[in-house]
Design a protein around this ligand. Structure first.
Ligand code: COA
Length: 323
């Protein structure tokens, strides 16, 4: 097979300095560290400082990914920012990141698929590269979810956090796919929109709205949707579950991650988990987890890595990457 594959050249991440623990949350709403840890696996989350916006987090993660790739912003010709929490309704946060990184050429746009945003953005960048619409892409997942939480609603405010992660993607050499995005599967089903949504927006309420969720309903669908796309991707690429070196799932809830791992038959030691420290950072969760596992030496060149996410819409998707 001589098809060219888009490779992931580097990863970078940024987390705001402020850490909010479960014990601190218990002083704000009627909850406890014990309840949150038992139901979600979350122990703490990072919260962006006042005046620190999604574009700041995204630019910081982007800079790190560029540094780790050994390339400059002049070598990038497309920036995709996956986010649900843009600085403004418009312009796209990606254009603000473009300005902050000093890029005056190429193109930049946002992608909205909520928690699945990064996986959708990787598949999008892969298509742009393969179709010669870009040479090298900075793909970022960045969120300040703390800004759209109802801090009086204990059923949602304990679950989310802020952060950003980024990868540099480029087209690999011609020849057998030694590295790169081997296959992706993207799905959505708008019949489920009202299970996880914001109760407002520019067009409907002229405001941004806050997160509302039917937690049990989300939980009920999550594992099945995740396992479906993972199997689709493995089938498309001609691999089996046992070939995977690492499973890097969306970090929403430890019980969903464990449930998916068990249903797929992936041993826990191959699953990257950061939800305990980051909580659910929506579109940032997968690149943050990738960054953690690359930085600590778990994910190495040549490893077979499955990324996966599921979120509001519902949207869900997976990509298989030879690192
Ligand atoms: N602290 C303490 N008690 C809480 C609580 C909190 N933060 N949040 C809810 N409760 C209470 C409920 O009010 C309920 O009390 P009641 O029995 O007196 O009515 C009880 O805990 C059980 O609530 P329930 O909603 O049945 O809990 P659950 O086991 O379904 O867990 C979630 C709740 C949100 C943790 C779980 O449904 C979940 O993880 N869903 C998926 C959410 C998710 O990941 N969304 C993002 C996807 S991208």
């Amino acid at each position: 097979m001589n098809e060219r594959h888009s490779i992931v050249r580097s990863v970078g991440a940024y987390l705001p300095a402020r850490i909010l623990t479960n014990d601190e949350l218990a002083k704000m709403v009627d909850t406890s560290d014990e309840w949150i840890v038992q139901r979600t696996g979350i122990r703490q989350r990072h919260i962006a400082a006042e005046g620190e916006n999604t574009s700041d987090l995204a630019a910081a993660a982007g800079r790190k990914a560029l540094e780790n790739a050994g390339v400059g912003i002049e070598d990038i010709d497309l920036i995709i920012v996956a986010t649900t929490t843009p600085d403004m309704t418009f312009p796209a946060t990606a254009t603000l990141v473009q300005q902050k990184l000093g890029m005056h050429h190429g193109a930049a746009f946002d992608l909205q698929a909520v928690c699945s945003g990064f996986v959708f953005a990787v598949a999008t960048a892969d298509s742009y590269l393969k179709n010669n619409l870009a040479r090298r892409v900075l793909v970022i997942g960045a969120e300040t979810f703390s800004r759209i939480l109802d801090w009086t609603d204990r059923t949602t405010c304990v679950l989310f956090g802020d952060g950003a992660g980024a990868v540099v993607m480029e087209l690999g050499k011609e020849g057998p796919p030694e590295r790169g995005v081997l296959a992706s599967s993207l799905r959505s089903d708008g019949r489920h929109w009202n299970k996880l949504y914001t109760d407002g927006g520019p067009s409907s309420t002229r405001s941004m709205g806050l997160v509302r969720m039917e937690g049990k309903e989300v939980f009920k669908h999550a594992v099945g949707m995740i396992t479906d796309v993972v199997h689709n991707v493995l089938d498309a690429a001609g691999y089996g579950i046992d070939d995977l070196d690492w499973f890097v799932p969306h970090q929403a809830n430890k019980r969903i991650i464990d449930g998916a791992g068990v249903k797929l038959g992936i041993p826990p030691e191959k699953v990257v988990v950061t939800v305990d420290r980051h909580a659910n950072t929506s579109a940032a969760s997968v690149p943050l987890a990738l960054s953690t596992a690359v930085a600590d030496g778990r994910i190495k060149r040549g490893d077979l890595v499955m990324i996966e996410a599921m979120g509001g819409g519902f949207t869900w998707g997976a990509s298989l990457i030879r690192w």
